[in-house]
Design a protein around this ligand. Sequence first.
Ligand code: G5P
Ligand code: MG
Length: 220
Amino acid sequence: MSKLFRMVILGAPGSGKGTISTRIVRDFGLKHLSSGDLLRAQILKKTEIGLAAQSYMKGGQLVPDDVMVKLISSELSGLNASPWLLDGFPRTRPQAEALHNNQKLDLVLSLEVPDDVIVDRIKGRWTHLASGRIYHTEFNPPKVPGKDDVTGELLVQREDDKPESVRHRLEVYATNTKPLKKFYEDLGILQVFHGTESNEIWPRVHKYMQRHIPAKSGPF
Ligand code: G5P
Ligand code: MG
């Protein structure tokens, strides 16, 4: 069963999708595809997709559906034999339908964290853009301040983590992505987790996931 296991993690910007995904990868051995990390890698490489996506992302707008569906389909086609976890895709109804028409999901998790908690925590996020590794000044600090633990390269604050972009991203999430919960609820594969701390949400996610796929380790 674990071999073809396919899941999605939904949640507002800063709700902890990346944080929880890293732990799922460690304990359940899934491949993690973060649409935001993929886009940021394209921007760093100055590809056609990266150049097109940059202006949307900077202000917290969604990148057009056709670009996203093409990007994610191409990444998924390289993962056919592995179980995977999608983070940040789908984000709109057309994206969810395109995915559903191609791949049947086993599970969709939704992280529900209050907006005021999110706005506060995003101020402390630092990112290693090339790898997608994320840190937080208090919650998950790097070993050396301002530097990535693995490469030693400089960490940056994402352009879309400025307070005005974050507020806009929360609105975009509420309008476009939150309704996807109904789509997945109707398919009978949605599980919602409420909380304000990833460390408190994580053991519940781990326990729930074990109903679907055997754990290799954890929860830590
Ligand atoms: P992204 O990159 O997908 P978002 O907005 O969905 O961006 P984001 O901001 O990456 O989500 P997250 O992954 O949910 O947030 O959260 P995280 O990084 O794990 O945690 C946030 C911070 O809080 C981190 O510093 C973490 O260490 C800390 N933290 C975690 N838990 C706790 C805790 O319990 N306590 C505290 N104090 N801190 C904690 O998408 C970016 C853009 O790309 C485009 C859009 O423009 C989008 O805005 N895009 C798409 N466009 C169209 N369609 C798509 N499918 C697209 N996908 C991406
Ligand atoms: Mg993320």
